[in-house]
Design a protein around this ligand. Structure first.
Ligand code: SF4
Length: 758
């Protein structure tokens, strides 16, 4: 199939464009977009499919993106700049009963269409006035991985906010604890290539729902299983992956460090470690050995705390350590980020990551561990983001940093008189600029977040594709494109291929890319630096401008021709690229895998073994992600809602916990703690261990009965941050559950989207 770069096709003809899925997913799929020219001269994307030539995409897309054109051409797309009508209060508008803001949904009552000129003038005037009165740090950008293309994720936007002197944002909400923790041990975020999982003899999916949200690893897992490998899933929730595994170990939340130590205990006690590898490649082996062998780490002691019996721990330890030594494939761990969204989740990641350093699993193809491969992509972030522009701002120094996982705190307490601000000195946040994110739905401690976003004195700009929960709090709404509508360059955190995403179609309506938005805004603000005139191609060239050997030979021109290119990782004499198979791979200060400080298990305060566990809130709460949404993305698309219908609005709980509260499947329940409460319906079954309850993320405005405004799972989560990396702790949440008496006819449905177009 011929792949064209940009360029118009003749009328009635089709062309195929190579793009890259930019959603926050490890797979970074290569996507072929078929574009058809229309009679009136325009173009329309008519098909998306996975690129069969990409070694990991392998020609298929996940259920989220396979029908992506329903999202691109959704009648609910935000297509024009909008302004809140005078006197209209902020807050939930409900979801447009007639389809969309364009076709007269309820949001149309709150917003009016304006031109880009009007929008930019008003934003520039407000940011200028706020900066003059309160200092530029009173402006807070809020963005995350709504797109992970390098330009869309962080380039012109960062330049703009740096030059303005706005607060910096610590982007901690998803992966920071695990990322920092992994680098403490290895020095670089790198791991087992996905293709190599096909050579494993034992695969441990630790907090990893491969089947749900890393689907392009699955063919390699299945290939390994066909050759005799076992798949063991360690997860408190019975995910899709757990359901099809050879063994599911339902670990209790927040106890991963102890399970890792108990595995180490058995490995060291039985002499199953690879002493030669440890001597050559690690630092601190003796300290770790002594620590792991402490009696409290024996499987018998760990069993009650982790919920996994001692015999199973011991068997897994032996299978894990012996894999690869008996002629079968080695052991590979797929560790995912759920493990680190716990109060001591950084330590948990450090502990689990040490396992292949003890057994030497890295030495053989198919062995090792994958948390992320993102560190293998040496993009020139400084060239893209230009942090030096802060020195040219009115501050003349680096701006303060605000932690995105504490947005509620930042909007309600930061800079207020008499409040102890853990984020340091500085003014209150007076302007919030949201893009690539939906914090009203996804940020923890939701009631504080929404209280802050309701503030009449907070000027809020939201750049979005849809009327999300966050859009309901905007003063100015700006239309954003999908990945089909922009050009970008992208790495991955689940494979090792750099890719160029060509613009397949013109932006819909008046959608502007992040690059164009912040470049134009910079001009309105009078920022004269030449960097604000850089084009997408300039930025891609700058992103690739590095002498790093992993990017050897990778240029924009070649990516445009080839679509994807393998990173130039080192290889051994057999031509294999085996991360951490010898000491040359480590990027720690010592040049070794660092096993100290030894990981110490401390139960999260908000867990059954923690200090905050009281009879008032005895249940551990898992605020899950939906398999068919990407965090809150896709939650408004009818096809995706249908795919998730069976878990919509449900609280999953164990039969014993249900019986103790007199609950049966279908009962209306309130899940609550001191931070908030949500209404759901009970689903009694075996998906969670006793003492654990689970519900999944949804948009707030799609969570209430019959479309009424409601809270979602983040009404219950806290702004406590992780031990390492100051990340969010969604999975350290204690709650109680009680039955709700429903008057007939009053609460007719929970969590259903009202009927709309499409
Ligand atoms: S969401 Fe992930 S699996 Fe789905 S198409 Fe995008 S990158 Fe691929």
């Amino acid at each position: 199939m011929a792949i064209e770069a940009q360029g118009m096709a003749a009328e009635g003809q089709t062309r195929v464009v190579h793009a890259v899925c930019s959603h926050d997913c490890p797979d970074s799929c290569a996507v072929l977009v078929t574009v058809e020219s229309l009679a009136h001269g325009g173009e329309r994307a008519v098909k998306v499919e996975g690129d069969p030539t990409h070694p990991v995409t392998q020609g298929f897309l996940c259920g989220k993106v396979a029908q992506y054109l329903e999202r691109v051409y959704s009648p609910d797309r935000l297509l024009y700049p909008m302004r809140r009508k005078p006197g209209r209060p902020k807050g939930p508008a409900g979801y447009g009963a007639a389809g969309s803001i364009q076709t007269g949904g309820r949001e149309a009552d709150a917003f009016e269409r304006i031109s880009w000129d009007e929008a930019l003038d008003e934003i520039a005037a407000r940011l200028t006035a706020i900066s003059a009165e309160f200092g530029p740090e009173s402006v807070l950008p809020y963005s995350y991985a709504g797109t992970i293309g390098k330009l869309g994720y962080g380039s012109m936007d960062r330049r703009f906010f740096h030059r303005l002197g706005a607060s910096q944002l610590a982007r901690t909400i998803c992966a920071e604890a695990g990322g920092v923790a992994f680098k403490q041990v290895y020095g670089i975020k790198l791991g087992t290539p996905p293709e190599d999982f096909a050579h494993a003899g034992l695969i441990v999916a630790w907090g990893a729902n491969i089947h749900g949200n890393n689907i392009h690893l699955w063919p390699f897992v299945e290939e390994a299983r066909r050759k005799g490998a076992r798949l063991v899933v360690i997860d408190p929730y019975r995910t899709r992956t757990a359901a099809v595994a050879d063994e599911h170990l339902a670990i209790l939340p927040g106890t991963d460090t102890l399970l890792a130590l108990a595995l180490m205990h058995t490995i060291f006690a039985e002499g199953l470690e690879d002493a030669e590898y440890m001597a050559a490649c690690t630092l601190g082996a003796a300290e770790l050995r002594a620590h792991a062998l402490r009696p409290e780490h024996a499987p018998e002691c760990a069993a009650e705390v982790t919920g996994i019996d001692a015999g199973t721990i011991r068997r897994l330890a032996r299978d894990y350590a012996k894999a690869g030594r008996d002629g079968n494939g080695p052991a590979a761990i797929r560790l995912n980020y759920g493990v680190q969204r716990s109060e001591n989740g950084g330590t948990a990641v450090r502990a689990v990551c040490m396992l292949p350093l003890i057994t030497g699993a890295w030495k053989r193809r198919g062995g090792g561990l994958q948390l992320s491969t993102s560190g293998a992509f040496p993009f020139n972030g400084d060239a893209l983001e230009m942090p030096e522009l802060m020195q040219a701002s009115p501050l003349g120094r680096d701006a303060r940093t605000v932690n995105m996982s504490r947005l509620g705190h930042a909007l309600t307490e930061l800079g207020q008189q008499g409040i102890d601000t853990a984020d340091g000195d500085g003014p209150p946040v007076k302007a919030l600029f949201v893009y690539n994110s939906n914090p009203a739905a996804v940020a923890p401690n939701q009631n504080a977040v929404l209280r802050g976003m309701m503030r009449p004195d907070l000027f809020t700009v939201v750049h979005e594709q849809f009327l999300t929960d966050t859009a309901d709090y905007a003063d100015i709404l700006l239309p954003a494109p999908t990945f089909l509508e922009v050009k970008d360059v992208q790495g991955a955190y689940g494979h090792l291929y750099a890719q160029l995403s060509q613009q397949a179609i013109a932006p819909l309506g008046e959608a502007w890319s992040n690059v164009r938005l912040f470049a134009e805004l910079a001009r309105r603000m009078g920022f004269a630096e030449a960097c604000f005139a850089d084009t997408e191609d300039d930025l891609i060239d700058q992103a690739l401008a590095t002498e790093h050997p992993f990017f050897a030979g990778i240029t924009r021109q070649r990516l445009q021709q080839e679509g994807h290119m393998a990173l130039a990782l080192p290889t051994n004499a057999a031509g294999e690229s085996l991360p951490f198979s010898d000491a040359s791979w480590f990027r720690t200060a010592s040049g070794r895998g660092e096993l100290t400080p030894v990981p110490v298990f401390i139960a999260p305060a908000e867990s059954r073994g923690g200090a905050a566990c009281t009879p008032e809130y005895p249940l551990e709460f898992l605020p899950r992600k939906a398999d068919n949404y990407m965090n809150s993305t896709f939650a408004n698309i009818p096809r995706h809602q249908r795919m998730e219908a069976r878990s919509t609005g449900l609280l999953e709980l164990h039969p014993a916990d249900a019986a103790a509260r007199g609950l049966a499947t279908g009962d209306a329940v309130e899940v609550f703690n001191a931070r908030g409460s949500i209404r759901l319906r009970a689903q009694v079954g075996g998906s969670v261990p006793q003492g654990v309850v689970a519900a999944r993320l949804n948009w707030n405005k799609l969570s209430g009965a019959d479309g009424a405004a409601a809270n979602n799972v983040n009404a219950l989560t806290s702004e406590t941050v992780t031990d390492i990396g100051a990340g969010a702790t969604f999975y350290s949440t204690l709650v109680e559950v009680r039955k709700v008496r429903v008057r007939p006819g009053v609460e007719t449905s929970v969590g259903r989207r009202p009927v709309t177009a499409g």
